[in-house]
Design a protein around this ligand. Sequence first.
Ligand code: XUL
Length: 557
Amino acid sequence: MPHYLGIDSSTQSLSAVAIDVEPGPGGAGPAGPARRRVVAEASINFDQELPQYGARNGVLPNPDPKVAHSPPLLWADALDRIFPKLKELGVDLSRVRAIAGSGQQHGSVYLKKGAAEALARLDPARPLVEGIRGIFSRASSPIWMDSSTTRECREIEASVGGSGDAEGRALAKLTGSRAFERFTGPQIRKFYRESPGGYAETDRIHLVSSFMATLLSGTHATIDPGDGAGMNLMDLARKTWAKAALDATAPGLEAKLPPVRESWTVVGPVSSYFVKRHGLSKDARVVVWSGDNPCSLIGVGLVKPGRIAISLGTSDTLFGFMPAPVVDEAGEGHVFGAPTGHYMSLICFKNGSLAREKVRDAYQMGWREFDEALRATRPGNGGAVLLPWFDPEITPNVLEPGVRRYALDARDGPRNVRAVVEGQMAAMFLHSKWMGVKTETIYATGGAAANREILQIMADIHGAEVYQFPVGKSAALGAALRAHHADRKAGGQEPAWDDVVAGFAEPIRESRIAPRPQYAALYRDFVDLYRTCEDHARHRATERARALEEFRKRNES
Ligand code: XUL
């Protein structure tokens, strides 16, 4: 039976999921669940297994909290090391028919002329990193956690929309998002401004996704509309580079970018390095990689409208399938391409798992104690609110980090634990309103989705039922499913997405967590209170005090 491989290059780790799919009768028909299975899941944690790159939580320490870069060599090294791990787990790599991948979004990799030639000449007897040390025109890669490009954001928005367009509406309409600090275009502009020589020396700018596909295939890979939309450079409707955005960003940029191609594009066969070093078949196809969120959309089976997913990972994201783009023109949301050829809506919170971990660690707890704290405290926390802005926040846009506590004693561990989770869930509820979806069901994924106490709070605050998934690595699984889809397309079939995801990306029925009706009114008040605290942190003290009083009057006996 052929294997399909999905690899997820994320902020703190690189993971792989290998699946088996036996074609139905005639090769194209739907295959039942019995014929589909996950063969192996493997992971490399950067801090634990590759500390020599000096990153912490996958990011290079920097005195400026707004700057977040990672070493691209670290990602390449992890890619080289995942194949022996899969082999150890019994995966016969020669049976892999196609590999697709998922990358943390927005991060960029800068390569000199001759990079592809160097990749074609790699010596399979030596580790990958030894052969690619010289290909970079910029040693480190700005990643999605970087928030140091506010100036460039405003410049790009003004250039595309004119000086009257303070909210970046024109750019949002064109590219799916107003300018965001972490997006690739503003990052490229900053590099061009601060290091014009380095920019001139750069022959190709890749996303994390297209860089990894380039390593695997030994040829410059294309970018798909899912990840391309996270750059503030792609015309969302046409799925091509947008001239106005390119011109606003840096001179000569188009020549440095790989072209945008559909999410099922086959980049080429796997390079001879991976064939000889790791025993992959020389016919194995490398499929264009996409962003982690577009891949997760597939990994949780969102190939039709009507449901949303929440991913609790390094970043927390909330996303849903969209048949046609509806852009949040002046807001905080994004529209990306979906790997099905449609669209997806998304909001992203930077203070996700790292914020939960910071609170856990501050009170010397493990996850068990964290859960106990959630069980021991009351819904609504007596009106205590914590704004979890340990790092600069993306949603809402908060550039000066700092945790804010309202009616909450910093020494009270259990209530702080509840406050961080309730705060995160309230923020998701509030800031997803623009999507206009009445959420009845949420698919939960990402590491923290294993935690049912957290999911209960999610269900209660959103007033929606929540489901878990058998495969936690939804981005890597989604990539494996994309590999399968692209392989069938390349073989002349027209696989239906429903069929592609069937038997894999299905929630566990028995995992259903229902919202508790007795807390519905309380959490409505809590969300209001949370909103006023957010506003207060942005200077609206009076309303917050009134809302707290109101909350207590109604909910405290
Ligand atoms: C999405 C975003 C993050 C990264 C890292 O816009 O910035 O979710 O993709 O996972």
